[in-house]
Design a binder for this molecule. Structure first.
Ligand code: PHE
Ligand code: NA
Length: 503
């Protein structure tokens, strides 16, 4: 069975793959603005607290489950306790949704990498993105129109072909090797980009804006919640990813030491991205004669509107563009591969399939579905809605349910702790258990309630999209994931899957 599932050749292959998953769009386009809005330099305190009290402790939980029960998310949870299998399927379905739209962002980045050379957007990056490029009809018109957007159709297909090849090559030759090439390349490209940005006029104003501490922000609970949110997303915990990857590790492996390396690498890349992004924003503010606060954005606005503007205005902008969008592609691709592997691994275990058939069974429908739905005039609204709801309810919900199940119902934490301590660099004790049992569920629960209250009390549907659109792709999708997960957990497994601890 094990030979069939695949394995990492060693600890460094695993660490590279795990860093490949962790370092993604969240580091580049989410962290800088989150830090700026959460108190600048002072944000380091809630950020580190969140990292140490929830991020790393939950990362260890993922590692321990996958490694102790040696299976994909549903199989490992099933072996842990029969009824928790649905949590694993929930994670698989979350990955189906995220994977489908993550591919679109990488596709756009590929388009923009090419566009950077001739600065195709002219002097109106915003108009180009929403108009000629995505043809998005935002707000009330979204979802009504459905037409294909040529250049994106090409790049999204390229992305899926690359994912299929990578995953078909398997755990070591596909997943690990890709990260071992892409991650060092990403670091080199990104460092060049940061150094270039540091020498732009206005860069120092940008850095001052980012690092200047606003201590008063620490009194705002929203800032703490944002810090935990950033950490959960950024470390890719509770998605089933780290669980799946650790199931491919040799039995006697130091899990806790590996986790610290991954956590440290991920946070370092976030700080580096903060420096690069805010240097560039400082330049943009100066070039436009406005304050840095007026140009701060994150996500799609940062990547596809602010950066193209910077590229047009900066000397040597084409190089900045190729480096920036190239970095998004490399960082995003290794994360996408990790997301899809959760699904492939589960399907392989469930149907007893070997690598190539397992990959094709998952990826042909997914690639076709994603290619049919996303490179369209509806793509942006669809991405935006799925992303918001799968994050606020899917990921947070699955993490909440797993910590409660482990801490209070199955009471599995002592077993996991012993497993981690068996070969770990350091001993986990009551402190770790408290983080997983008390701090994590508390923060996750509050986060979920707050976002639900905010959405339910707003007088317009999310992003002012048509109500039916939000009901189907937002609430409907989030609820359907749980229902389908429960149904899937009732179906039988191939003989032998129930063994508690297969060798
Ligand atoms: N951790 C990744 C990031 O920071 C995001 C991610 C989310 C990766 C989900 C895989 C799965 O960008
Ligand atoms: Na990350």
């Amino acid at each position: 069975e094990r030979a069939n599932r695949g394995a990492f050749s060693g600890r460094s292959a695993f660490i590279f793959a795990a860093i490949g998953s962790a370092v993604g769009l969240g580091n580049i386009w989410r962290f800088p603005a989150a830090a700026y809005e959460g108190g600048g330099g002072a944000f380091m305190i809630p950020y580190l607290v969140a990292l140490l009290t929830a991020g790393i402790p939950l990362l260890f939980v993922d590692y321990a489950i996958g490694h102790r029960w040696r299976g994909s998310a549903p199989l490992a949870w099933r072996r842990l306790k029969r009824w928790t299998e649905f949590i694993g399927w929930w994670q698989v379905l979350i990955c189906v949704i995220i994977g489908a739209y993550y591919a679109l962002i990488i596709a756009w980045s590929l388009n923009y990498m090419v566009f950077s050379v001739g600065q195709k957007w002219g002097d109106d990056a915003e108009g180009y993105f929403f108009g000629q490029f995505t043809h998005s009809l935002m707000g009330a018109d979204a979802g009504i129109s459905f037409d294909y957007v040529g250049p994106v159709l090409v790049t999204i297909l390229l992305v899926w072909v690359a994912v299929i090849i990578t995953l078909a090559l398997g755990v070591e030759s596909g997943i690990a090797k890709t990260s071992m090439i892409f991650i060092p390349l990403l670091v080199v490209m990104f460092v060049i980009l940061v150094v270039r940005a540091l020498f732009l006029p206005g860069a120092m104003t940008g850095l001052n804006a980012l690092f200047q501490p606003n201590w008063a922000a620490l009194a705002d609970p929203a800032v703490w919640i944002a810090a935990y949110g950033q950490i959960f997303f950024s470390l890719s915990v509770a998605f089933g990813i780290m669980l799946t990857y650790s199931s491919y590790l040799k039995k006697k492996t130091d899990l806790t030491g590996s986790g610290l390396v991954v956590g440290f690498a991920n946070s370092s890349f976030e700080i580096l991205a903060g420096i690069g992004v805010f240097s560039a924003l400082g330049f943009m503010a100066q070039a436009q004669g406005v304050q840095v606060q007026d140009v701060v954005t994150d996500g799609i606005g940062l990547a596809f509107i602010a950066f193209p503007t910077i590229i047009s205005q900066a000397p040597g902008g084409a190089l900045i563009g190729v480096l920036f969008f190239g970095s998004l592609v490399l960082a995003g691709f290794t994360s996408l591969v990790s997301i899809i592997e959760v699904i492939v691994s589960a399907v392989q275990d469930k149907f007893g399939l070997s690598r190539v058939p397992g990959t094709l069974v998952v990826l042909l429908p997914m690639a076709i579905g994603s290619t049919l739905l996303f490179p369209t005039t509806m793509g942006l609204a669809l991405l935006d809605t799925l992303d918001n709801f799968v994050n606020s309810y899917g990921i947070v919900g699955a993490a909440l349910v797993s910590t409660i199940a482990l801490g209070y119902i199955v009471r599995g934490l002592p077993t996991l702790r012993d497993h981690l301590n068996f070969k770990g660099t350091f001993r986990l004790g009551i402190g770790w258990e408290t983080c997983v049992k008390v701090i994590a569920p508390l923060v996750l629960g509050v986060t979920m309630v707050l976002s639900a209250v905010q959405l339910l009390t707003a007088d317009k549907p999310y992003s002012e999209y048509p109500a039916f659109f939000v009901n189907v792709f937002g609430w409907g999708m989030a609820i359907a994931l749980v229902v389908i997960a429960i149904v899937l957990s009732l179906a039988p497994w191939p003989a032998g899957s129930n063994k508690d601890r297969p060798d």
